[in-house]
Design a protein around this ligand. Structure first.
Ligand code: BGC
Length: 732
């Protein structure tokens, strides 16, 4: 029996520990330089540095050697150049870029080093395009399968989210490009995104929705943070004192720039006091009239806010500029390169590691091409390019290899490839229409397969030795500004998959999507399913190498694939997307697998699931001690063996259960993981460290994290439901 004793972790101690880990320590010399510059500025000049002067630029002060500050979207590539004063492209011929796999794909690699390398490459490309700030990564929690921006975000789990985000941010900023972590906070739906108010408990905020932001700031050293459009408890996120002054700048010690999302400012005095620094994207080209322009000057003159508050904001901007060498003309835009073979190779590496093998009956994958004479390649997604979709994250890719092109390039000389479209994309995208509720997406009636396309595909599959169907969604569904209407595969794809599988037992289904879709029927029909994401410009080459076994899948799902939409907690409580302008997060801390696990609900493919072409054995789980104090770190070790005849990588996952607690806790929570590459028959001793502080829950009464003394069980697992070994420790 567990003794309930609260081992409260001093908030100050936690906070200092993290701040010390921050890559940018406050430098007295820099602070002096900043103060000197601010002193020389007029109020008008200062305020000029606190709002946009066009879509993506903020004014500097030329006479003091402060250049204008330049920003660009977005999370998975540097966006093409926009016109200064309009939401249209400038039509440059020199602004194509490397298109990397999107957020959920990066998270599916479970590889923070890869995320770091991604950040570096993005930074080099941003530099080449003369950008000081890159508007990413997007790190909101995937709460509902319907969330339009799920594909840009990462995971339903805060720990995985944080690890990938920290890698990305550190890599990016190592190239002197400031990250802009977005969207702070609780942007978990696009429906009514500019007005909806989120009602969520402190505990869910601290345990689920904020940890990745905290890690981004305190460990990643993120230099800028972007507000969300929505409200939290009635306050716009751009002007929420609770979120900004109290938590971001107070508890986490953030001394960079808090900027609004484009058009997310709603006030002058309230926002200024709450901690907003820079206003961007307000819907008027009369820039002087923006909230943080002339009205801010007026507010100071009227004594509504002290000028020192303006100075503080200007200092934040200058601090970020200095940390990224913006004020040093010799160093600014250094380390620049774009569209290099290395970056393309990086996009390929990400794509390979992102793909998740969901199912592989009878060893259908990898296809043994030596035995095949023909393959049918089926589906609109076999030929569709996705780089120019999703809205603000769209990329003008230098090129994009489609799946069909990748397979033709690899196998074209060797065997016959027949392409059949299978279904037609009959949806379309309309920005912001219908309050973000899936305008342009298909209603039930519009989802029927087009018979002639279906028959042609079935015929191609019947006549071929194997079939590969590239199905899924596109950016009419996975997009900023609209949620999905449901989680069904549109355009009659379920019937297509069923019919093709019926005539060809060697059928592989590749799902192209960035958010959960219903795979129940495809999972009954298809022997092999690979989840392929929006996998960047090298997607086609990566799929060809994975399908033929030149590469082995090693991705793991960053979210749960359940049997139905209603099973997901946000929907089980019937509170998505909310009502009367408010969305209540009654699911509280039970998001994703925390819910399915605790409620003992079976799922189709659990969080953390992903097969390989080889198999892995776990053994000998131990901890370095049996009992720990609140300030200790638990070192968990075990042996991992590649028991097959192919090289491969396994993501070993460490989950923790609080055996008995005074509050409701999830059945288990992810607290560590390691991706381990092993040659055939190779085995390795693996260690994962978990600070006891990470076993805490957020105690709302004490407004602090607390670990309760007693027993905790640590599980080493291959997915959230595939636990291989467990061991129990005691916290004293
Ligand atoms: C999006 C941001 C994006 C900004 C600038 C907004 O609509 O929400 O993510 O960075 O536009 O394009």
């Amino acid at each position: 029996m567990k003794k309930i004793v609260l081992v409260q972790l001093a908030a100050a101690l936690l906070c200092c520990k993290n701040v010390a880990a921050q890559p940018y320590a406050k430098d007295p010399k820099v602070e002096k330089r900043i103060a000197g510059m601010v002193k020389k500025m007029t109020l008008k000049e200062k305020v000029g540095m606190l709002h946009g002067n066009s879509k993506f630029f903020v004014s500097g002060v030329e006479r003091l050697g402060i250049p204008q500050w330049s920003m660009s979207d977005g999370p998975h590539g540097v966006r093409a150049e926009m016109n200064l004063h309009e939401w249209t492209y400038a039509g440059w011929t020199t602004d194509s870029a490397t298109y990397f796999p999107t957020g959920t794909a990066l998270a599916a690699t479970w590889n923070p080093e890869l995320a770091y390398r991604r950040g570096e490459m993005l930074g080099e490309e941003a530099r080449a395009r003369q950008k000081d700030v890159l508007l990413g990564p997007g790190i909101n929690i995937i709460r509902s399968p319907l969330g339009g921006r799920n594909f840009e975000y990462m995971s339903e789990d805060p720990y995985l989210n944080a690890r990938i985000a920290v890698g990305y941010i550190r890599g990016l900023q190592s190239r002197d490009v400031a990250a802009s972590v977005k969207h702070y906070a609780v942007n978990n739906q696009e429906t009514w995104r500019e007005s909806v108010s989120v009602e969520v408990s402190d505990r869910a905020l601290y345990e689920i929705y904020l940890p990745a932001f905290k890690a981004a700031v305190t460990e990643g050293g993120a230099l800028t943070v972007m507000s969300a459009y929505n409200k939290l408890r009635g306050d716009w996120c751009a002007e929420s004192k609770f979120l900004v002054r109290d938590i971001l700048k107070g508890e986490w010690g953030f001394d960079g720039v808090y900027l609004t999302d484009w058009g997310a400012a709603h006030s002058t005095v309230k926002a200024a006091l709450a901690g907003m620094d820079v206003e961007m994207g307000t819907y008027s080209s009369k820039y002087d009239e923006w909230y943080f322009a002339d009205p801010l000057v007026e507010a100071v003159k009227k004594g509504e806010i002290p000028e020192s508050l303006v100075d503080e904001k200007v200092a934040n901007v200058l601090r970020v500029m200095i940390r990224t060498n913006v004020l040093d003309p010799k160093k600014r835009f250094g380390k620049a390169s774009i569209n290099t073979p290395e970056h393309q190779q990086g996009a390929y590496a990400d794509a390979v590691e992102a793909a998740v093998l969901l199912k592989n009956d009878n060893g259908v994958l990898p296809l043994n091409v030596a035995e095949l004479k023909s393959i049918a390649v089926i589906g609109d997604n076999a030929v569709r390019k996705h780089s120019l979709g999703g809205l603000s994250s769209e990329i003008k890719a230098l090129y994009e290899v489609t799946p069909l092109e990748g397979l033709r390039k690899k196998l074209g000389g060797q065997l016959q490839i027949t392409f059949a479209q299978g279904y037609e994309k009959t949806s379309f995208f309309v920005e912001g229409a219908n309050n973000g509720q899936g305008a342009g997406q298909l209603s039930e009636a519009g989802k029927k397969a087009q018979d002639s396309l279906l028959y042609a595909a079935v015929e191609a599959a019947r006549k071929s030795d194997a079939a590969v169907i590239f199905c899924g969604l596109n950016h009419d569904y996975d997009t900023e500004s609209a949620d999905k209407r449901d989680m069904q595969l549109p355009y009659g794809q379920v019937a297509l998959i069923q019919e093709v599988c019926r005539v060809n037992p060697k059928t592989v289904v590749v799902v192209i999507a960035g958010s959960p879709v219903d795979l129940v029927a495809p999972s009954i029909g298809a022997p092999a399913i690979l989840w392929g994401w929006y996998n960047g410009m090298e997607a086609g080459n990566a799929f060809a190498d994975l399908i033929t076994g030149e590469k082995t899948p090693s991705g793991k799902m960053p979210f749960t694939l359940a049997y139905s939409l209603e099973q997901y907690p946000a929907h089980a409580f019937n509170n998505f997307p909310g009502r009367n302008g408010t969305v209540r997060y009654d699911d509280d801390i039970f998001v994703g697998y925390r819910w399915f696990d605790t409620k003992k609900q079976p799922t189709l493919y659990p969080f953390g699931h992903g097969l390989s072409y080889t198999t892995f054995l776990y053994s000998g789980l131990t901890t370095d001690k049996k009992a720990y104090g609140a300030g200790d770190t638990v070192t968990v070790t075990f042996r991992l063996q590649n028991a097959g005849s192919r090289a491969g990588a396994e993501v070993a996952q460490l989950y923790v259960s609080d055996v008995e607690a005074s509050v409701a806790r999830p059945a288990k929570e992810l607290k560590g993981f390691k991706k381990v590459h092993l040659q055939p028959a190779e085995s390795r001793q693996v260690a994962i460290k978990v600070p006891v502080a990470d076993l805490a829950f957020y105690d709302e009464r004490k407004r602090a994290f607390a670990v309760e003394a007693g027993e905790f069980t640590l599980h080493i697992a291959s997915s959230a439901t595939d636990v291989r070994e467990s061991v129990t420790i005691t916290v004293n």
